[in-house]
Write a protein of this length. Structure first.
Lengths: 182, 780
């Protein structure tokens, strides 16, 4: 057991953790931040991805004690961060995931969203290949990734103020009438 | 309501839909995007204990003795249970209940559950497992289904008295031998499906609470709350009135959370013994052992056609490797034959399917239950037939299309069918005519088609009650709460219910709240399996909403002293068509109706019509509607490495009506991805001791964003006469053609026929080396 001070989503939190506890255990079981998910607990799925000093990091294979002194952002911190910088509602990426249908079961998405956020923070207009590469550590079993890619492209495009192509099913003439993105 | 009074495919008001058919957000989208959505493992209760399960290290063994005393004596351990504590057998199919929460006297695969411990934390529970002393007497383990089919001793389920055969079905329609003898061309071949698993990203988890007043509540990551409710009651010996089952947000299922499971029963039992809440969360490794994934199948097919490519007859012999338990296996065995009889017509058909037990993780229902494997075999064989006849692969499919409003050779009723449009759509989008057979060596296009059920016509336990029920409650604020037993497992069924109710009541769908999958609060629905929820819960929701609408419209018409026909609920208001000045908001109308009538609410239900062939098993495979799909995929085959890459997949799916096209496209893309993964990457297998070959998400290779091709979803709408506004299913059908389309594309690319899954580089290289130069294809 030792006492660590973690900076999470802008808050200083002092907690006692066992030496072998992972950051994921500290988040989920000590701090009540259950938004970070555990899909495998061994570094294979990416559901537990958080940002540590802005870098996507697997919380299930990071010791809690080693996160001390670092800036940690979890999925719960994205919307407040967006509002703190003058925005409204959730982070535009979160909104875009919802608007594009990317959230099926949603279990992979906290991790996927944080990987995507880190990508856009670094590269505001990534191409599809770069997006795929940035998500390579986040397994999604529901979506086939397409709507996730579309959501990231939408958020990036709107942030840059450029037109983003609509998905094929929407462009399909038979349903084009009156159909636009939510 | 029953399907006999049909809701119709028209909008309820005027000639356009206001909610339906548009890409609305989901009711729970932002909760999921922000991390606020609560899944089973996100829940905890004061004083909660943690449970762990001891599993068998033997593939097949008799349990000589279990001694739990050392475990029970460990500090922090609150209860230890074994099979003796939960001796009642169970299983999802009432006729094949061969499972126990914990093994009684025999373990049947490596990973079979033997004992469970509740302790103050997971570490203590794990330490206690180490101190449970079990003496096993190993038995011969069956790992090869052929051996299990031939040899009945030692029987894996001695009480079944049929050797190691789990189920055998043989059915013939028309005269197959005659038809094949008369056919101009006959193709015969062996095909093999290898076995894959669901691998939802959320591991299974349950939290149980047993309160002093004798009420048990179980929060579980299940896709069928109702069957868990029934099973808990039967195995725990508790009245179902003392049990509440709740499904929190669910992190993916795909069929893998359909069976009632040991973890649910053990968590409940341990909570009852200790009087404290108990959580049991599986590790990823345990999810692989529990499996219930797609059955390996050894398939022999013969198909014959006339000189113009018209199918004359199809003959199938299938050996199904069931693993250690029955699960849904009775249905799987029927489905392996019953679901092949569309979208093509053939006048003669026979299948002979045998499911055997083996000492491996039990198989069960995975997305496209029972029919993905035969579909793979048949659609590859159909391409071989096209080649023999000298027809374009799309043409042979078009030529054999059975049409709509017809019935199949095995007596199933087909209503709407947009299969021809599906073929047109993929042919056009892939530029098939210009490119098939014309791409440079190493690149190719392949096509395949399929049909799937929209719900099973009969529930797994026979009863006369509705398949789906919905209850609506009205609030004076203008809010409508919709209670449904349906399980939203990520497919978006709660959202679909909200859209339908909003459409009927002319409201904003965000003013419809959905409370689902809670047995205390919601009317029964049979759950999220066999692609039934949109169709059945959707119809029940429309039924309930129409009753409510009649009450409200009636009250308003009476207050206004006008004819009923003049009152319309539309766009968040209630209008008088005869007086443009007169209107109420929805909330005002609710208040008016409540004042005049009573506390407002309504119920609605859906039940299936009488369907199915008039023979034993003729009802299995019967569905109120069928969905249809066609795929074209483009592959590149690397001659040096043997690696197949899929570059593009065009998926055209007839979903009846796309209630929300964005969600339909998501189902199509997710299905196609999963099918592609089964063909190229995934393999659920055990080693020669029966030990799982790699129970992790690293070893079991599910595709990443980099591995997944460009997926093009092309929605086809055939407007089914009995679906909610014409909707059918979209979640399972679109998976089927993915696998054969890849095999067929590989033929186009390099001239080899891949008939054994998965299509690994080694198999491709072997086939390429045997291939006689260019033209003629060798066989794998
Ligand atoms: S839970 Fe951390 S990678 Fe899977
Ligand atoms: S949305 Fe379910 S795993 Fe990604």
């Amino acid at each position: 057991m030792r006492v660590v001070t973690l900076r999470i989503n802008g808050d200083e939190r002092e907690i006692a953790v066992r030496d072998h506890w992972t950051l994921l255990e500290a988040l989920r079981y000590e701090l009540g931040l259950t938004g970070s998910k555990q899909g495998c607990d061994k570094g294979d799925c990416g559901a537990c991805t958080v940002l540590v000093d802005g870098e996507p990091t697997l919380a299930c294979v990071t010791l809690a004690v080693l996160a001390e002194g670092r800036e940690i952002t979890t999925i719960e911190g994205l919307a407040p961060r967006h509002r703190a910088s003058g925005g409204e509602g959730a982070d535009p990426l979160q909104e875009a995931f919802d608007r594009c249908g990317a959230l099926q079961c949603g279990f992979c998405q906290p991790g996927t969203l944080l990987s995507a956020r880190a990508l856009l923070d670094r590269t505001p207009r990534p191409d599809r290949e770069a997006i795929r590469a940035a998500l390579a550590g986040n397994l999604c079993r529901c979506t086939g990734y397409t709507q996730i890619l579309e959501a990231i492209e939408l958020a990036a495009g709107e942030a840059a103020g450029v037109e983003v192509p609509t998905p094929e099913w929407m462009a399909d003439l038979r349903r084009a009438e009156g159909t636009s993105r939510p | 309501m029953s399907a006999r009074d049909v809701h119709g495919v028209e909008p309820p008001w005027g000639d356009a839909f206001s909610v339906i058919g548009k890409p609305h957000r989901k009711v729970d989208g932002l909760a999921k995007a922000t991390g606020q959505a609560l899944y089973a493992d996100d829940l905890s209760l004061p004083g909660m204990l943690h449970a762990k399960t001891l599993r068998s290290p033997h593939a097949h063994a008799r349990i000589v003795s279990i001694d739990t005393s050392r475990a029970a004596a460990l500090d922090g351990v609150h209860a230890v249970i074994t099979g003796a504590d939960l001796p009642t057998p169970y299983g999802v199919i009432p006729w094949t209940q061969d499972e126990h929460a914990l093994a009684l006297e025999r373990v049947r695969f490596i990973g079979d559950e033997v004992a469970a411990v509740a302790a103050v934390d997971e570490e203590t529970a794990e330490a206690a497992l180490e101190r449970i002393d079990v003496v096993y007497e190993p038995l011969h383990a069956f790992l090869d289904p052929h051996e299990a089919a031939e040899r009945g001793e030692p029987a894996i389920h001695p009480e079944r008295k049929k050797g190691n055969v789990s189920k055998h079905v043989e059915l013939e329609f028309g005269n197959v031998e005659e038809a094949l003898a008369e056919a101009e061309f006959v193709v015969e071949g062996d095909y093999f499906y290898h076995g894959t698993t669901h691998a939802p990203i959320e591991p299974h988890c349950a939290l149980a609470r047993y309160t002093a007043d004798g009420l048990l509540t179980l929060w579980s990551s299940t896709q069928i709350t109702h069957y868990v409710h029934r099973t808990l009651s039967a195995v725990l010996g508790l009245s179902p009135t003392r049990i509440r089952v709740v499904q929190p947000c669910l992190g993916g299922a795909f069929g893998g959370k359909s069976d009632p499971f040991s973890f649910e029963l053990c968590a409940a039992k341990l909570a009852m013994i200790t009087g404290r809440p108990v959580k049991l969360l599986w590790t990823r490794e345990e999810v692989f052992y529990a499996h219930r994934g797609r059955h390996p199948m050894h398939m022999h097919y013969r198909a014959g056609a006339d000189s113009d490519g018209r199918l004359r007859g199809v003959d199938a012999r299938i050996l199904i490797d069931g693993g250690a338990y029955s699960s849904f296996g009775l249905v799987t065995t029927y489905y392996s034959g019953q679901l092949l009889t569309g979208p093509y017509d053939f006048p003669a058909y026979r299948f002979d399917s045998t499911r055997v037990f083996t000492n491996k993780p039990p198989c069960g229902p995975k997305r496209g239950h029972g029919s993905v494997q035969p579909r793979f075999a048949f659609e590859v064989q159909l391409d071989e037939l096209a080649q023999k006849v000298g027809l374009d692969p799309i043409e042979i499919r078009r030529g054999n299309f059975q049409g709509s409003d017809t019935s199949t050779v095995n007596g199933q009723r087909i209503t709407s069918s947009g299969f021809a449009e599906c073929l047109d759509a993929v042919e056009h989008a892939s530029d098939w005519k210009a490119r098939h057979g014309a791409l440079p060596f190493g690149r190719g296009l392949g096509v395949a088609g399929s049909m799937y059920i929209t719900g099973t016509n009969y529930p797994v336990y026979p009863n006369e009650m509705p398949q789906a029920g919905v209850q609506l409650k009205v609030d004076r604020s203008g809010l409508v709460t919709c209670f449904t037993g349906g399980n939203d497992i990520g497919q978006g069924s709660n959202s679909v219910v909200a859209y339908l109710v909003a459409e009927e009541l002319g409201m904003d769908h965000r003013d419809v709240r959905v409370v689902a999958a809670d047995t205390d609060l919601c009317p029964v629905d049979l759950g999220a399996y066999s692609s039934r929820v949109t169709f059945m819960v959707g119809n029940a929701a429309i039924d309930a909403a129409r009753k409510l609408r009649r009450a409200i419209v009636g009250a308003v018409a009476e207050a206004w002293e006008v004819e009923l026909e003049r009152v319309r609920m539309i766009g968040g208001t209630v209008l008088d068509l005869g007086d443009a000045e007169r209107a109420l908001t929805t909330a005002e109308a609710f208040q008016l109706a409540e004042a005049r009538l009573d506390t407002l609410g309504s119920t609605g239900s859906y039940n299936t019509p009488t369907l199915g062939g008039d023979y034993r098993g003729g009802t299995i495979g019967a569905s109120p509607a069928y969905s249809f799909t066609a795929h074209v995929v483009e592959v590149a085959v690397d001659e040096e490495t043997g690696r197949i890459s899929v570059n593009d997949a065009w998926i055209a799916h007839d979903c009846g009506r796309a209630l929300n096209p964005m969600l339909v496209a998501g189902q199509m893309e997710g299905s196609a991805y999963m099918g592609m993964a089964e063909a190229l990457l995934e393999h659920h297998e055990v080693n020669r001791f029966g030990l799982h070959a790699g129970p992790s998400l690293l070893d079991y290779r599910i595709p990443t964003a980099v591995d997944t091709p460009e997926l093009h979803a092309l929605i086809v709408e055939s407007l089914d006469p009995e679906g909610p506004y014409g909707a059918k299913e979209a979640g399972e059908g679109p998976l089927h053609p993915a696998i054969p389309a890849i095999s067929n594309a590989v033929w186009d690319a390099v001239g080899i026929r891949l008939r054994h899954l998965p299509f690994t580089p080694a198999k491709v290289l072997a086939a390429l080396s045997e291939r006689t130069p260019r033209a003629a294809g060798s066989e794998v």
